[in-house]
Design a protein around this ligand. Sequence first.
Ligand SMILES: Cc1ncc(COP(=O)(O)OP(=O)(O)O)c(N)n1
Ligand SMILES: Cc1ncsc1CCOP(=O)(O)O
Ligand SMILES: [Mg+2]
Length: 365
Amino acid sequence: MSAELPNPSDASDSKPLFSVADPRVLRTLDASLNRAAEGLRVVEDYARFIRDDALLTEQLKRLRHGLAELGRVFPWQDRLALRETASDVGVSISTLSETCRASAEEVCIASLERSQQALRSLEEFAKTVDGAPSAGFERLRYETYQIAKAIAAGQRGSDRLASARLYVILDGSGSLADFSALVTSLCQAGVGVVQLREKGLCDRALVCFARAMVTAAADFPTLTIVNDRPDLAVLAGADGVHVGQEELSVHDARAIVGPQRLIGVSTHNVEQLKQAVKSGADYVGLGPTFPSKTKRFESFAGLDFLREAAVTTSLPAYAIGGITEENLADVLATGAQRIAVSAAVTGSAEPAEAARRLLKQLAVR
Ligand SMILES: Cc1ncc(COP(=O)(O)OP(=O)(O)O)c(N)n1
Ligand SMILES: Cc1ncsc1CCOP(=O)(O)O
Ligand SMILES: [Mg+2]
């Protein structure tokens, strides 16, 4: 076990120090502080180097520092004096699963679980020391659950949307037959995601369109999303739902769509983006970027938001709003790699050809 002790020069004089009467308890606290910190560092490395995710990295770093801060109340000299690695009965016990990991994701999950267990141990044993910050360890443990959710969602989104750079939003204003034919032609063109976004139909008609979309896309890798309505996404057997800032939260939508379906969230600024990541969104929409022929807006997040988002999260993120073949180069220059469009495709005399041209532009990056 490495010596993850706080730097003595960092020790804050203002913090009360607890001398732990029972040396066995102090040994336990010391070991758990180290285990939790080591585990969190591994997860932080995963967020930073494997996922390249600034937001998760920052959250984990804050968590690790919060842990070090809590640990400082146990005098480091006492902790060090009690360390007996050579005679620790647990040191040589390791299970086969600890020596072999199938992937970086598995390393991350195992480390996160290790940290959670260590935090639980800290929480419980700190209760035996009068005034020690048991509740603080409990709070950190809950934060790790939220991080685990964000990591898992990011993984689900990144895996399933890995090659989906073009996302096309369709309405249900025409006939069901035309709609099905359009979905099929877009799937054939290689569109990654199609979304049914229709505000003017009754539920009974809407679910017919949603089912038609799912049926038409069934033989293709194209994913199907229903806008606003998790209930209809489930009924139709779609791959997911997209919710805005005023629709159901990710938490509530997840209760309806279950663990496997994708949940996308519209975001208009960095705060909303951070919140969407935290809440366990599988992907985000970023916008509106430009004035749109499909929806009216009073204000625009613009290209600046795309620039900020590109260095904030590794979650699949779709720039949306007025994106066309003409302005796509400006969008891509922000670092954005994915777009969601409606008019640029559906407003074309040959939607599938328009989609192919957009895909070609997107593939250059
Ligand atoms: C991919 C994608 N991004 C954003 C939106 C917009 O959702 P929302 O803000 O809820 O607005 P409406 O589309 O419901 O009017 C979207 N639908 N898809
Ligand atoms: C639903 C929605 N939300 C933000 S922009 C937009 C419409 C996207 O359509 P278009 O690509 O035609 O602007
Ligand atoms: Mg909506």
